[in-house]
Design a protein around this ligand. Structure first.
Ligand SMILES: [Fe+2]
Length: 138
């Protein structure tokens, strides 16, 4: 069972590109949850975590470029939220590389990723919705 059910009407930020990015992040977290539930090998779990790290960095940088380009007033705070998440995911990654895989794949960890992402979309990303909704965002 998916740990996050995507609900576009609830999660939309009215920017197609970022809705697609957020959907992809939800898919990766769901995949990590499945890997945990079905006892996938550590190698597969490493691959999913790498995918999460890479895609998160890619998504945040795309979002930040658009926010900067269109002069988002809360840009610096938004960037700090992103950096905080990247730092935490990076620390988790180090832990799993040191062999602390149980911690990484625990349901608490997956819950943390889910809660952070959904809270960020609903409370922070939605704040840029009015600014970006009719703009050319690439
Ligand atoms: Fe964001």
């Amino acid at each position: 069972m998916a740990v996050i059910e995507w609900d576009k009407s609830k999660f939309t930020v009215n920017v197609e590109l970022f809705d697609a990015h957020h959907f992809k992040l939800v898919e990766i977290i769901n995949k990590l949850h499945d890997a945990n539930s079905f006892n996938y090998t550590q190698e597969i779990i490493f691959e999913i975590i790498d995918e999460l790290v890479d895609y998160t960095v890619f998504h945040f940088s795309t979002e930040e470029k658009a926010l900067e380009k269109y002069g988002y007033s809360d840009f610096n705070n938004h960037k700090k939220f992103h950096q905080g998440f990247v730092d935490i995911v990076g620390k988790f990654k180090q832990k799993i590389e040191r062999g602390d895989a149980i911690l990484w794949t625990s349901i608490e960890m997956i819950s943390y990723l889910r809660d952070w992402l959904l809270t960020h979309i609903l409370l922070e990303d939605k704040k840029y919705s009015n600014l970006l909704k009719d703009k050319a965002v690439e």
